[in-house]
Ligand binder design. Sequence first.
Ligand code: AKG
Length: 394
Amino acid sequence: MTIYCTANATVTRGLLSPQQPPISPSSERDRKDELLQQPLEFDGAVLRHQPNIPTQFVWPDDEKPTPEAPELDVPVINLGGFLSGDPVAAMEASELVGKACEKHGFFLVVNHGVDRRLIADAHSYMDLFFNMPLQGKQSAQRKPGEHTGYASSFTGRFSSKLPWKETLSFRYSADVQSPNNLVEDYFLTFLGEQFRQLGRVYQEYCEAMNKLSLGIMELLGMSLGVGRTHFRQFFEGNDSIMRLNYYPPCQKPHLTLGTGPHCDPTSLTILHQDQVGGLQVFVEEEWRCISPHSEAFVINIGDTFMALSNGRYKSCLHRAVVNRDSPRKSLAFFLCPQSEKVVRPPVGLVDKDHPRKYPDFTWSSLLEFTQKHYRADRKTLAVFSQWVQEEENK
Ligand SMILES: O=C(O)CCC(=O)C(=O)O
């Protein structure tokens, strides 16, 4: 789907740009007609200076960002003892994880074993990509219905409530049958030889995220009483998604959102945000922020893990706000099952007092649902479950 600009957006050859020189009324009408035929594109380098923002980026009043969101109370879990094999530390960490996941599904981890230098490189290499002119970034343009590639906002997918951001998403596979340098190949194929080093950095980063996420799966298994290995084994050949989020400054940050409110359809998210801040979570009917912490990863449960835990652990609504002065960057690793693996809670989590909450499904069907039929929001899992059941009853 292509969207077209409304009259309040100033557009040049489909690109939103700063003010144009004055034009006469008749040529203005011709020009508007012409503009209505042209697809909208989000060029952050231009839009960041524009005093007014196009209506497609203005969110409804009840979804606009709240000026001062209080801090969310999230545990900061030290993984040092657990990772070095201390069983008592593992038990303590799993209890903290379990409590946070029953409440809202968000927690922070420190002493996670990921090299500081690698995290710093993963942030700084983002600039090499996002600081390119729009055309360069579009060599990796995301195609309709696909979940990988470069997306400047969601201009190709939706016509309203557009997010003020650019993203680059790519696949990571831990499957032994998959090529072991999928990420590196992605950068070489779509962006060329000069991006080889970026590919290497993100390959290494994804491998570190894979390792960390399998460790967290052990803690989740312990906390749910199904054993340390259950979820670890389930995710061992994961087919995951890495997303680089780049939020340009916005001159009207109170009108828009960087990432709209949604629950992650994936299983577990490992987020590293830079020092700018902007992540907010909806807990007890209020938006609360999670302030940046350079030593910590923000972890949250996604819809697929909520289904695997038979609804015990929460996948919580969250969003990102933008600001007037500084670009913001975040690195999000979305752990996902192998695409055809059946998502079903372990038997220990189902009994007559805890009947199945969600039907069996595969990650590939949920991914397709969110890419082609449904814009992820707080109800994704419920709507998807209903759709799966209707399909089964046909
Ligand atoms: O950038 C952030 O803080 C949140 C990003 C996010 O929620 C997403 O990429 O799904």
